[in-house]
Design a protein around this ligand. Structure first.
Ligand code: FPP
Length: 297
């Protein structure tokens, strides 16, 4: 057991990390596009929207849209792992989704179970760490067990952090965190003054993860729908017009390129770039530094 863990850790440390994403887009006749890791988001969140409309526009039942959406999801998870994305959070089932027809909910629950049973070996072998965001105990028993097993089995993995939001509601997550902190105060574990942003974030399902850098939503809808309200505050949002089952690596890469070109200021001001003619040559700059240091002496 110990040696197994040690060999996994060593494997992870020495696993070659991608230097650049190099993908020749299928839908774009342009040249091969490259993105350096420093331009990649650490945490990507996706609202996979439009499964129902995808199916209905083909005269198929909505469940067929969810099945096609699961195929898209499989490849986007693989791409995130291939490209060295640190964390990927997917909105798979909200607390509001229980109000859909019995047939649709049953189809989604069936897909979920099949997905975990069929993918867990591959995900674990790739060192993916699975976390469920949401109320796992409120899921039907077979699904609950599969989710708990997946989390338990992958909890020490150090690869892609894959977070799947199931039975999830953003406001409910905030209330849950507030309640947990209130309980700690009541039990005398902490003083109210100890409650700061870090302490609050630590009570969320995403404790320990970086904030979301990039939110992608498909199907042309432009809202966040109660998904990760705390974690999204500084996220860049990119909206794709197509339905989720049509989302693929090429579209994902396009979103990453849009993100890479955004100017993220986090409420501050970025220095404007220095015009080329005003830039000092390295030797000149070094000389200027020396003169400044001598003057300060
Ligand atoms: C939104 O489309 C999609 C969902 C509510 C479910 C997303 C689920 C999957 C992609 C597959 C199952 C998940 C896993 C982890 C295996 P919609 O049905 O709201 O589409 P519409 O807006 O066109 O009606």
């Amino acid at each position: 057991m110990f040696f197994d863990k040690l060999s996994r850790m060593l494997n992870d440390v020495f696993r070659p990390k991608p230097k650049y994403i190099t993908v020749t887009p299928v839908t774009d006749s342009g040249p091969t596009q490259m993105l350096p890791p420093s331009k990649l988001p650490r945490h990507v969140a996706i609202i996979m929207d439009g499964n129902g409309r995808w199916a209905q526009s083909r005269g198929m039942p909505r469940s067929a849209g969810h099945a096609a959406g699961t195929e898209a999801l499989r490849d986007i998870i693989r791409a995130s792992d291939d490209w060295g994305i640190e964390a990927l959070s997917l909105y798979a089932f909200s607390t509001e989704n229980w109000s859909r027809s019995k047939e649709e909910v049953a189809a989604l629950m069936g897909l979920l179970l099949r997905y975990f049973n069929s993918e867990i070996d591959e995900l674990d072998a790739k060192h993916v760490k699975i976390t469920i965001l949401g109320d796992v105990d409120g899921m039907p028993e077979p699904q609950r067990q599969a989710l708990v097993n997946a989390m338990e089995r992958t909890k020490d993995n150090t690869g892609l952090k894959l977070n799947i939001a199931l039975n999830y509601g953003g406001r409910a997550e905030l209330v849950r965190a507030a309640r947990a902190l209130a309980q700690k105060v009541k039990d005398g574990e902490i003083e109210p003054e100890a409650i700061d942003e870090a302490a609050f974030a630590n009570e969320l399902y995403t404790a320990g993860l970086p904030d979301v850098d990039l939110l992608i939503r498909t199907s042309g809808e432009m809202r966040t729908s109660n998904f990760l309200p705390w974690q999204l505050v500084y996220a860049e949002m990119v909206f794709d017009e197509g339905y989720w089952p049509d989302f693929d690596r090429a579209k994902y890469l396009k979103c990453l390129r849009v993100y890479a070109e955004r100017d993220r200021r986090f409420g501050g001001v970025n220095e404007p770039p220095v015009p080329e003619e005003k830039q000092e040559a390295p030797a000149q700059a070094e000389e200027a530094d020396k003169t400044k240091a001598a003057a300060e002496d």
